[in-house]
Design a protein around this ligand. Sequence first.
Ligand SMILES: NC(=O)c1ccc[n+]([C@@H]2O[C@H](COP(=O)([O-])OP(=O)(O)OC[C@H]3O[C@@H](n4cnc5c(N)ncnc54)[C@H](OP(=O)(O)O)[C@@H]3O)[C@@H](O)[C@H]2O)c1
Length: 254
Amino acid sequence: MLNPKHILITGASSGIGAALTMLYAAHGVRLSLHGRDRERLTHIAARAVQKGATVLTMMSDVTEQDILAAWIRKCDDIEPIDLIIANAGISAGTGRNGESEDQSRAIFATNLKGVLNTIHPVMPLMIRRRHGQIAMMSSLASFRGFPGAPAYCASKAAVRVYGEALRSELRAYNVEVNVICPGFIKTPMTDVNHFPMPFKMPAEQAARIIQKGLTANRARIAFPWQMYALVRFMAALPQSWLDKFMSRLPKKGG
Ligand SMILES: NC(=O)c1ccc[n+]([C@@H]2O[C@H](COP(=O)([O-])OP(=O)(O)OC[C@H]3O[C@@H](n4cnc5c(N)ncnc54)[C@H](OP(=O)(O)O)[C@@H]3O)[C@@H](O)[C@H]2O)c1
């Protein structure tokens, strides 16, 4: 969508969400920003206001369905939401607990249920208006299960496939659906990883690529291309060929 006027972003208090917030912040734009950390969210909101945006913030957990739905509907009442970016997510690293059973459940709850909780309150409103764009944050990790991050990879695969199916379904209602699949981006999420991260890029650069992809209504916004090619290649190989190699890969920070 070209020049969305009201954009709602979850996970706006940090990393990619914060970078997207700053990129979209401008005169005549309304930003509804969601996160949990009051101090960081307030700081990002203040910077967006300085750039001329009208900003509303909300602190809650994306897993709290009713609270999130009520806030999203309130935002839409104030001004119809043009673009919603379901970006909030955690990994084993940011949970600081590896992928224990509890952490695996938390990852699915945030990365999958949290995305559903974000997009569903607004979807019928966009369908009724025959207007809107829904962006869902997946990952290049969605193309293959990587050791050390089974729940993370699986949650991102679910989001990607859900979004791809939804795109075809909502096309008839003129509602655009886009799935975002970044590789390694420098944010607090990857700062805890103690292994080489090929082609890692700054969050600001990632945000520019995402914005360009959303403007062009690309079905899948996957980048950087080198990592995308690599994961697609690995996904095409038989599991048994990769067993030895995969079991030697380092785990996400914990
Ligand atoms: N960094 C990468 O390399 C990379 C690659 C592919 C995909 N991604 C995805 O991109 C998204 C953003 O990640 P990031 O790298 O920017 O990480 P980040 O800097 O750790 O930011 C994560 C954001 O999600 C919010 N969040 C997490 N759990 C939440 C919950 N239960 N309720 C509400 N908000 C919650 C955080 O809010 P608070 O900080 O306020 O708690 C924060 O704003 C995630 O979905 C991630 O999986 C990241």
